[in-house]
Design a protein. Structure first.
Length: 329
């Protein structure tokens, strides 16, 4: 998802290092990097765009902007020299320059604060950033096209000393700054959008348990028995000479019988597999969202005859480089 990463650098050298690392380390396109810095020492400011070479090597470098900032401009696209209410002459490049110089947002209808709000910056922080530029800082913005690029840009800006803008604003306020710029009166026009997320809820549990039961079982087996058999048969024959009929005799015959021997053996007869399967369904979520409507009333002596200008909030989400505590990074 696209994000806007913003950092305020105290010096032009820091800004130059950030821009070079954004292009070389993070692989960012020049067209996605924006810059805004106060231009001092010149009164001949127009709303005409200038080329990067002119901004880097021409009058701007020699008019108090500093060699470092001038060098950065040569690395960026769409540079311009502008006059912004509440700041004065500034130099801008990239998306900031395009926003300020185009669509009538430049000198009188929004200025730098409006451009930052359009990029998704909260209004109070937009005030802080404009004050930082007014005090000589250099504002760097990046339109990051994915999370990886945004994280890389955030790391680069921190490494090169991006200002903690809220902490810096508190310092200015202790020094007497009122916390409000004289650039313009801003009425935020807000519009809620339905953002539907997902969360996982329990729909109950399925328990699979095993237990041991006993049941009667029977098997039939054939058993063999051996018994002694004594038969008496009548005979009538003369006693032979070798017959020792009157000798005592003892004959012993063993009787045997088979009996069942019970043993048990276990066999696996079935497997129960326990797991989960996933299915998807669609659900339509309906909710009411709010939107600010602006009604412009023309006074009796007003010369206003056109529709109000609207700034449309960009779809990319704001991700300030110096909001360390709020972001938990």
């Amino acid at each position: 998802m696209a994000k806007t990463v913003i950092g305020l650098m105290d010096t032009g050298q820091e800004a130059e290092a950030v821009v070079r690392d954004l292009t070389s380390t993070c692989g960012c396109s020049r067209e996605d990097i924006g810059l805004a810095a106060r231009r001092e020492g010149s009164s001949s400011i127009t709303h005409e765009s200038a080329s990067g070479e002119e901004m880097a090597t021409g009058a701007l470098t020699g008019a108090g902007t500093g060699a470092a900032v001038g060098g950065v401009l040569g690395l960026l696209a769409g540079t311009a020299a502008l006059a912004i209410p509440g700041i004065g002459p500034i130099i801008a490049a990239g998306p900031i320059a395009a926003t300020l110089a185009g669509a009538g947002i430049g000198a009188a209808a929004g200025g730098l604060i409006g451009a930052l709000i359009n990029a998704g910056v909260p209004e109070d922080e937009a005030q802080y950033y404009m004050e930082g530029v007014k005090r000589g800082g250099t504002l760097i913005t990046l339109h990051a096209r994915d999370d990886r690029t945004a994280d890389c840009a955030l790391r680069v800006m921190r490494e090169h000393g991006a200002v903690d803008i809220r902490q810096r604003a508190q310092q200015w306020q202790r020094e007497g700054w009122t916390g409000r710029s004289s650039e313009e009166g801003v009425i935020p026009v807000a519009k809620e959008e339905l953002a539907v997320g997902k969360r996982e809820v329990s729909k109950g549990d399925v328990h699979v348990r095993t237990r041991t039961e006993q049941r009667p079982a029977q098997e039939t087996v054939n058993l063999r028995e051996e018994h002694a058999k004594v038969e008496r048969r009548p005979v009538d024959r003369p006693l032979a000479a070798g017959d020792d009929a009157f000798k005592e005799r003892d004959i012993e015959v063993s009787e045997t019988a088979e009996e069942p021997v019970v043993g048990k053996r276990a066999r696996v007869t079935e497997e129960v597999r326990v797991g989960k399967q996933t299915s998807e369904r669609q659900e339509t979520v309906r909710e009411n969202v709010r939107e600010t409507k602006v009604d412009v009333q023309r006074g009796a002596n007003s010369g206003y005859s056109g529709p109000e200008r609207r700034r449309r909030q960009g779809s990319s989400s704001y991700k300030g480089a110096e909001r360390r505590a709020a972001m938990g990074r």
